[in-house]
Design a binder for this molecule. Structure first.
Ligand code: ADQ
Length: 404
């Protein structure tokens, strides 16, 4: 018997993530590994599943193979109560074209909405690292009677050009929504911050269906949720904001309360990893009351031999450090670091091998990278620029499987 409102979750996971290259060279952005044991999509799915939302469609498109595999392997539900988490690849259901934008992805998938016939639809992005209880947002949506509720967070105004910017009245009605403006507005109480959309929305089903259908007929539209659908509903006076600072997740610490990171660039992706490794982390992965689930690999525990040492670091299962020094770093599973090597301030993905006496600093090494003995990465910026991607903030990013 259903006691909760009938909610369908649509997770938008088709983003290409160009600014995260080379990590997105052959995988969709939501499939990019994060935090030693997860992929980006695990954060939104954990939040939805922890809230009890167990009917979820994940819309994929761009290089979706590893994402599909990860969802099928990690997020398989029993189905006993009719629950499912289904990756839905772009299928050209409505003609010979791929999705032209996130709203078109939903338009081409409306059959999933008709099949489920929910009262409310949560449409969440898949590119963020955060902890949130979506049920609290759904409850506000129901109480307010809005057609759509947009989750909002205060961000530094200088960073807000990458976001939808929200203006709202005292009752929480959105009065203006500017998608990625060149000069974002400040908030009334603080000109240095902007109230930004988190790209997470709750819709009353009919409102979403009508808006998506109307948008599909509009030849001037980019068919984008943030660029077209939300502004149209703001114009119609049907949009409310949900202030993320009101979201209370069980077990959150004072430090990581309200944590949300857009990890769309190499520097933001790197910084979010550094948020994990300090003694009192800004984002605490060890909160058992709101777990973040990732692929559970059957691997032996991490091993440290011959004085191998890791400080302020996360080390994944199956890793072996022999007489190597690791500091302020995130090591994923099955990482091998040989004697005399130094790894500092780095993000090391699964299966990486770092040879004897090599030095790796300020770097992101994607899966299965091999660093030869004595190699030095992240010290000579000019030399690294010729060989790898170097971010504005000076982080060296090395693509999957590269031998150095
Ligand atoms: P962006 O993240 O720049 O801004 P977009 O690239 O459309 O917007 O990505 C939103 C979500 O949709 C991502 O999870 C992405 O993977 C997915 N997506 C993109 N194209 C898709 C497609 N064709 N099919 C399926 N999924 C697709 C958005 C909002 C802003 C808001 C920021 C917050 O538009 O208003 O501030 O998110 O990060």
């Amino acid at each position: 018997m259903r006691t909760q409102p009938h909610v369908l979750g649509i997770v938008l996971a088709g983003g290409e993530g160009k600014r995260l290259f080379p990590m997105t060279a052959d995988r969709a952005k939501p499939a990019v590994p994060f935090g030693g044991a997860y992929r980006l999509i695990d954060f939104v799915l954990s939040n939805l599943v922890n809230a009890g939302y167990l009917r979820l469609c994940v819309l994929t498109q761009y290089k979706s193979h590893s994402l599909d595999r990860h969802i099928s392997q990690t997020w398989r539900l029993s189905g006993f109560g009719g629950e499912y988490i289904t990756p839905v690849p772009a299928q050209q259901r409505l003609g010979p074209r791929w999705y032209t934008g996130s709203a078109d992805a939903i338009f081409q998938s409306l059959n999933l909405v008709y099949d489920e016939d929910p009262e409310y639809i949560v449409v969440f992005g898949a590119d963020h690292v955060y902890r949130m209880d979506p049920e609290q947002m759904v409850q506000q949506h129901i109480d307010s009677g809005a057609g759509v509720t947009v989750a909002g967070i205060r961000v530094p105004r200088s960073e807000a050009t990458a976001f939808g910017c929200i203006d709202s009245d005292a009752a929480g009605n959105i009065t203006q929504f500017l998608e990625k403006p060149a000069d974002p507005p400040g908030t009334p109480d603080d000109p240095t911050t902007t109230f930004a959309s988190m790209g997470n929305y709750v819709f009353t089903t009919k409102v979403l269906v009508d808006a998506i259908k109307a948008d599909a007929e509009n030849t001037d539209s980019d068919h984008d949720m943030g660029g077209n659908i939300i502004p149209a509903l703001v114009e119609a006076g049907m949009a409310s904001v949900y202030d993320f600072k009101d979201n209370v997740v069980p077990g959150a610490t004072e430090r990581d309360k309200g944590y949300w990171r857009d990890v769309g660039t190499i520097d933001a992706f790197y910084d979010a990893h550094m948020d994990l490794v300090s003694v009192h982390p800004v984002f605490n992965l060890y909160n058992k009351r709101w777990p973040i689930r990732g692929a559970a690999e059957n691997l032996p525990p991490a091993k440290f031999v011959q004085g191998g040492l890791a400080q302020e670091s996360i080390v994944g299962a199956g890793s072996i450090l022999s007489a190597a020094t690791v500091r302020n770093s995130v090591l994923s599973s099955s990482v091998m670091i040989d004697a005399g090597a130094t790894v500092e301030g780095s993000v090391i993905m699964p299966g990486v091998r770092i040879g004897r006496n090599a030095v790796v600093r300020n770097a992101i090494l994607d899966k299965n990278v091999v660093v030869n003995p004595g190699e030095i990465i992240g010290v000579d910026r000019e030399r690294d620029k010729d060989r790898f991607t170097v971010s504005a903030g000076g982080v060296v990013a090395v693509g999957k499987g590269v031998w150095i």
